[in-house]
Design a protein around this ligand. Structure first.
Ligand code: PPS
Ligand code: MG
Ligand code: MG
Ligand code: MG
Length: 355
């Protein structure tokens, strides 16, 4: 029997829950100087930094020897021009770390409300996320806000945390504060946590970690199949997806949504296929953008590969290496989508050759 990572699950759910509290509360209060544009032109907010500080602090208490591959680093906060943003992050992170949640967290893992941290301690916690990753050993990977653009629009985003052991994702936890609990009631309650544990299945929990519902990807009839795809055309090729949909005879419109919430929706059957093809700009996918979603989907009975049908490799460092895109779906659908993707790629190669 595979390890069930019970302690890691408790800690990861507690950390993700606190980070979600922070991001939900900061959303309504974000002001202009609380967002920076990173070197790759993508946005990062006080919420991303503070959520990484909170999760890494909680991980550091429970598992002090585990390295972390996190999306953000504190470089921009250690310089004079970052002082205002840094002070805001320290305030947000401490508010969250010391909050009394009243839901009985496991004190023996250092969970539950903790002490306030100094600014230096919190910047160092953010920088615990600078680990380079690699093929061997145990490590966490964190995306404190995945889908920052969705977060800024008040739409979908996810706090994503995964445990990787010897390049295999063993545990994935995702908090989706804006995701409807039940897709058939889009105006109903929002906010859920998703957990996948290798060998032990996937489940959806409430934000307080209760009411676990096991997840299983349904088998879709051909006419019911649809895509879950990125909002940003720069992140994944919409036109390629359109061609694959045409080849598969898909009639239903794609669901466009930011972040790994797409994997959560796939795992519970809101949509049939996650397809993310590179746009040709040489971008390398990051491990924190796929680790938790991949184990969630696999443990819900699905398959996740690149567009060649090869498994994603989480042992290459901070990225997934050369970008062949990602296909995730239920078992039967994955076979069909992979064949259609291969055909669409061949067509594309031919048409390029003919130019
Ligand atoms: N060029 C390019 N190609 C592919 N992916 C990219 C690219 N640029 C950025 N990113 C990463 O996309 C992450 C968000 O992915 P999404 O699927 O949510 O995309 S989208 O926002 O819905 O378009 C986003 O994650 P966050 O930065 O955590 O929001 C980025 O890591
Ligand atoms: Mg980002
Ligand atoms: Mg991301
Ligand atoms: Mg992010």
């Amino acid at each position: 029997m595979s390890l069930n990572f019970a302690a890691e699950e408790q800690v990861a759910v507690a950390a993700v829950r606190r980070a979600c509290m922070l991001t939900s509360s900061v959303f309504n209060k974000l002001v202009k100087n609380e967002t920076l544009v990173k070197g790759d032109k993508s946005p990062v907010t006080a919420g991303d930094f503070a959520a990484q500080a909170v999760v890494n602090t909680i991980l550091g208490r429970a598992f002090p020897d585990d390295p972390i591959v996190g999306e953000e680093d504190a470089n921009d906060l250690r310089v004079e021009s970052g002082a205002t943003l840094k002070n805001r992050i320290v305030e947000l992170a401490n508010e969250t770390l010391t909050a009394e949640l009243g839901i009985g967290e496991m004190a023996e893992w250092g969970l539950g409300p903790g002490q306030s941290r100094t600014a230096d301690e919190l910047l160092d916690a953010i920088d615990r996320g600078t680990y380079e990753g690699g093929r061997t050993g145990r490590m966490w990977t964190l995306d404190p806000i995945d889908g920052t653009k969705g977060f800024l629009r008040g739409e979908q985003y996810a706090v994503c945390l995964a445990l990787i052991v010897d390049a295999k994702v063993q545990l994935g936890v995702m908090g989706c504060p804006n995701l409807p609990v039940d897709a058939s009631n889009p105006d109903g309650p929002r906010g859920c946590i998703f957990v996948g544990i290798r060998g032990h299945g996937s489940k959806q929990l409430t934000m307080s970690g209760s009411d676990p519902r096991p997840l299983k990807i349904p088998t879709f009839a051909d006419e019911e199949l649809n895509f879950l795809e990125s909002v940003e055309a720069a992140h994944s090729s919409h036109s390629f997806n359109d061609r694959v949909a045409q080849l598969l005879g898909i009639k239903r419109a794609p669901i466009r949504m930011d972040s790994q919430a797409k994997y959560c929706c796939l795992a519970r059957g809101d949509g049939g296929v996650y397809l993310r093809m590179p746009t040709g700009v040489g971008y390398k996918e990051k491990i924190w953008d796929h680790a938790s979603g991949s184990v969630l989907v696999e443990e819900a009975g699905g398959v996740i590969t690149d567009s060649r049908g090869e498994p994603l490799d989480f042992g290459l460092g901070r990225t997934l290496g050369e970008n062949y895109g990602v296909i995730a779906a239920g078992k039967a659908a994955h076979v069909k989508v992979l064949a259609a993707v291969k055909q669409a790629k061949e067509e594309e190669a031919k048409s390029k050759g003919n130019l």
